[in-house]
Design a protein around this ligand. Structure first.
Ligand code: SF4
Ligand code: SF4
Length: 85
């Protein structure tokens, strides 16, 4: 199984939230549960910076679609593909 690890450039991220709201997984979670937090989101802004949220215990994690990358005005996001176990 592949794991997509989001890397945020802390020097350029402005915490604008564009990645959080553009992510289709976040959007679906928001629609289902009307909130986003560490439990259901795959990316969040905390303390003014975007933070990836990965939890191997849940079946919803970043699927590497790249939409957040396209929507980041600062080009602050990269994705690394890891092989899961
Ligand atoms: S869209 Fe880019 S600049 Fe905005 S919060 Fe996300 S990573 Fe940071
Ligand atoms: S790559 Fe896709 S699924 Fe992963 S955080 Fe970005 S928009 Fe969401």
């Amino acid at each position: 199984m592949q794991i997509y690890e989001l890397k945020i450039n802390r020097n350029t991220c402005t915490g604008c939230n564009a990645c959080v709201v553009s992510c289709p997984i976040n959007f679906n979670q928001l629609r289902k549960q009307s909130y986003l937090n560490e439990e259901n989101a795959v990316i969040l802004v905390k303390n003014g910076i975007a933070v990836p949220v990965y939890n191997k215990e849940r079946n919803i994690n970043c699927d590497g679609c790249g939409i957040c990358i396209e929507n980041c005005p600062q080009q602050s996001i990269r994705i690394e593909v890891m092989e899961g176990v």
